[in-house]
Design a protein around this ligand. Sequence first.
Ligand SMILES: *[C@@H]1O[C@H](CO)[C@@H](O)[C@H](O)[C@H]1NC(C)=O
Ligand SMILES: *[C@@H]1O[C@H](CO)[C@@H](O)[C@H](O)[C@H]1NC(C)=O
Ligand SMILES: *[C@@H]1O[C@H](CO)[C@@H](O)[C@H](O)[C@H]1NC(C)=O
Ligand SMILES: *[C@@H]1O[C@H](CO)[C@@H](O)[C@H](O)[C@H]1NC(C)=O
Ligand SMILES: *[C@@H]1O[C@H](CO)[C@@H](O)[C@H](O)[C@H]1NC(C)=O
Ligand SMILES: *[C@@H]1O[C@H](CO)[C@@H](O)[C@H](O)[C@H]1NC(C)=O
Ligand SMILES: *[C@@H]1O[C@H](CO)[C@@H](O)[C@H](O)[C@H]1NC(C)=O
Ligand SMILES: *[C@@H]1O[C@H](CO)[C@@H](O)[C@H](O)[C@H]1NC(C)=O
Length: 397
Amino acid sequence: MSLFRVALPALAVVGSAYAASCSNSATSTIQNGGDATAIASCTTYSGSIAVATGLADDIALDGNLKKIDGDLVLESNSDIKRFGSSSLQSISGKLTLNDVSQLAALSFPALTEVDELTLKGLPNLRALEFNLTKADKLDIENTKLQNLDGIDLDEVSSIFIANNDDIASIEMQVTNITEFITLSFNNAMVNVSFPKLESANNISFRAIGSLNIPVLSKINSGSFGVFESDNLESVSAPNLTKIDGALVIDNNKGLKNISFASLTDVGANLQIANNTNLHQIDGLPKLKNVQAALDMSGNFSKVETPSLDYVKGVFNLQSTGDIGTVCDDFYNPLKAKGKLQKGKYVCQGKLEEANTAGSSPKSGSGSGSGGDKGAAVGLAVPSISLGLVGLAAVLLL
Ligand SMILES: *[C@@H]1O[C@H](CO)[C@@H](O)[C@H](O)[C@H]1NC(C)=O
Ligand SMILES: *[C@@H]1O[C@H](CO)[C@@H](O)[C@H](O)[C@H]1NC(C)=O
Ligand SMILES: *[C@@H]1O[C@H](CO)[C@@H](O)[C@H](O)[C@H]1NC(C)=O
Ligand SMILES: *[C@@H]1O[C@H](CO)[C@@H](O)[C@H](O)[C@H]1NC(C)=O
Ligand SMILES: *[C@@H]1O[C@H](CO)[C@@H](O)[C@H](O)[C@H]1NC(C)=O
Ligand SMILES: *[C@@H]1O[C@H](CO)[C@@H](O)[C@H](O)[C@H]1NC(C)=O
Ligand SMILES: *[C@@H]1O[C@H](CO)[C@@H](O)[C@H](O)[C@H]1NC(C)=O
Ligand SMILES: *[C@@H]1O[C@H](CO)[C@@H](O)[C@H](O)[C@H]1NC(C)=O
């Protein structure tokens, strides 16, 4: 059912003097209801369509229109409240709604396919009436959407969903994300579920409430990061075997459990830091190779990586808690065998402060088993969390 319950006055002028031209090599601008009616009389419209910034009437591209071979853009308009089309099925280019402060209804119930969907700066938009299954790029920022009902993509190259305070759930049946997925500062309790996702490239989750990625098996290029998720209790990727880039799990205050039961290879740094309530690292049973630094710091009482065989970069394990004899029994012998680098090695428990690689450990009273204390740890550890700081700041504007 369409959200457009009232017949819009501007559309009453059907059949007026507007000659229906169904193609335009330049962008056509909808200046009034008549222009909209003319475009909607075409079955396929070839060309891009923009809505005038000063237009205050609601726009419904209802009629014959099934396809736009081009873009449809509504941008920088502070008056329009409703926008949509009950007949439109596909847009070969972009559907962009950007900075439309009064927009409260967006209704494209027949639209299944667009190339890029951008919904940005829509502070009055709480719900979508969509039925979208194909989109290459999805970008949703600064809206009041409560959920993403109506957007369920099979395959997508990139997903960027940020600063939507009210989105309580992000769930899609997508199997393959070929570029990146970034979810950042939506509802702090947002439930994230990608039950069929098998392969993805860069994954970055910030401030999420729960995560379900049961069949994810590969990060083909890029990294996997989980940050600042204070409500997240557990990160589990049971079928993930290889990460091309880094694995970074930092600053998640509520995190109690990290579990990557099948993970064998990490192509860059593996960093676990500032997860205040994480006391056990025992969820990396098959981890074998880390191609840059392995950097774990925190208040741990148990650390176990039984299959670890090679770390190319710095090895840093610092804990304020008592990690028992794991340094003596496991990591020191591994270092002696040349599987961990000698000059760039720290393994200590019962510290006063546990720091990331590059910072010397600060000893407590009963300093635990050694390692090369205060060894000059030369290798810088670029964290993907730092790289995204600037981005987050921009988004918060
Ligand atoms: C959504 O589109 C599919 C076809 O792609 C159709 O079968 C389904 O009925 C549509 N759902 C709604 C709510 O319109
Ligand atoms: C996420 O799911 C949990 C458990 O089902 C629920 O308690 C919580 O309210 C959900 N989060 C949101 C934001 O609705
Ligand atoms: C994911 O998509 C890429 C590019 O289309 C393709 O090469 C790859 O085989 C796909 N992977 C899976 C698991 O479908
Ligand atoms: C886990 O991944 C492998 C391929 O790496 C696949 O064969 C298997 O079906 C996956 N298991 C699940 C439960 O998805
Ligand atoms: C994904 O990761 C690759 C490799 O680390 C990087 O070169 C690329 O810029 C990243 N892409 C995005 C969109 O973040
Ligand atoms: C951590 O999570 C994994 C996977 O969900 C689970 O099998 C394991 O029992 C959990 N460990 C603890 C200590 O809760
Ligand atoms: C850990 O937290 C401290 C204090 O808030 C901060 O200075 C440091 O940069 C954090 N480390 C990481 C890796 O985010
Ligand atoms: C480490 O965790 C234990 C158990 O939760 C707690 O008692 C202790 O105060 C913590 N230590 C630090 C330095 O946070």
